[in-house]
Design a protein around this ligand. Structure first.
Ligand code: DAK
Length: 260
């Protein structure tokens, strides 16, 4: 299949998917989300493929977030609908894959970018990376599962601190906090991801699929949380703070929030 914003390569039994919009720091627009869905679906169906590695192109960013320029003008309904569609099409879709998905986080992973990494089963990170959920600095909340998956990975207290302060973590801190599994130099990140993929490829695919289904089953009670996230996310699109936050980003200035 021909893609505009992603690259797909097969190396032995591993499918490597690279988000490829480096000039916009691989920000996730609607088309990239659709292309990622299609690539994951295809890798899931391909009997030869046993592991998927997801990374970003360039040496600066994994994904610097959802595309702020694209969502700045959404209405409450569009915000809610797109949040739900994104959950179904990509974030929940990856989490429910029956082949392990490794995120090789090669730089900035903010907002939707960190949410994408958190949907993957395993996260490796490069030393230069900085990660966080800065949505409240734009007048919105994480809308692709971040309110649920972050708390699940690092605990409620730390997740709340990170979300409400729009905090950022360096790669080492992210490992200490349990958000990332291992840190490597940028130059070794991809080969380490491939080594891990190679080890996984030698195991039983049927047992791995069972293990992934069993691990996921322990978290289905999060459904209410995800529904609430979608509702609250939509509400943000009707606030003056959201207009101010996204406009300030596009105009490259600091926002002045009023709480309305
Ligand atoms: N969206 C769009 N463009 C982005 C972007 C983003 N998230 N991040 C960077 N870019 C663009 C910049 O605008 C710039 O483009 P030009 O101005 O050159 O055209 C280019 O990438 C290079 O960025 P910088 O010049 O800013 O590069 P620096 O090295 O100076 O700074 C940075 C790197 C990562 C610190 C900075 O770019 C930055 O702060 N970026 C924004 C990070 C951020 O706040 N990300 C979280 C976004 S909120 C939704 C569901 C979920 C979400 C939204 C909608 N729906 C269901 C509708 C989630 C929201 C988020 O992810």
């Amino acid at each position: 299949m021909a893609y505009q914003y992603i690259l797909v390569e097969h190396m032995d039994q591993t499918c490597v998917i690279t988000i490829n919009r480096p000039e916009q720091l691989n920000a996730l627009n609607k088309q990239t989300i659709q292309e990622l869905h299609d690539a994951f679906e295809e890798a899931g169906k391909n009997e030869h493929i046993r592991v998927i590695v997801l990374t970003g192109s360039g040496d600066k960013a994994f994904v610097a977030g959802a595309d702020i320029k694209e969502f700045a003008n959404f209405t409450i309904e569009e915000g809610k609908e797109l949040s739900r569609a994104g959950h179904d099409m990509l974030f929940n879709f990856i989490e429910k894959m029956e082949k392990p998905v490794i995120a090789a986080v090669n730089g900035y992973a903010f907002g939707g970018g960190l949410e994408l990494a958190m949907s993957c089963h395993i996260r490796l990170v490069s030393e230069n990376a900085v990660v966080g959920l800065p949505e409240v600095s734009l007048g919105v909340i994480p809308g692709y599962g971040g309110t649920q998956r972050l708390a699940r990975l690092i605990g409620r207290g730390k997740a709340t601190e990170l979300v409400v302060s729009a905090g950022r973590l360096a790669a080492n801190e992210a490992v200490q906090w349990g958000l990332m599994n291992h840190v490597y130099s940028l130059e070794n990140l991809k080969s380490e991801a491939m080594n891990l993929a190679g080890k996984i490829s030698k195991q039983s695919p049927a047992a791995i699929a069972s293990a992934l289904r069993a691990i996921h089953a322990g978290f289905v009670h999060e459904q209410t949380g995800l529904e609430t996230e979608i509702e609250e996310f939509g509400i943000c699109f009707g606030t003056e703070d959201f207009k101010e936050g996204t406009t300030a980003f596009i105009e490259k200035r600091k926002p002045v929030f009023t709480g309305k």
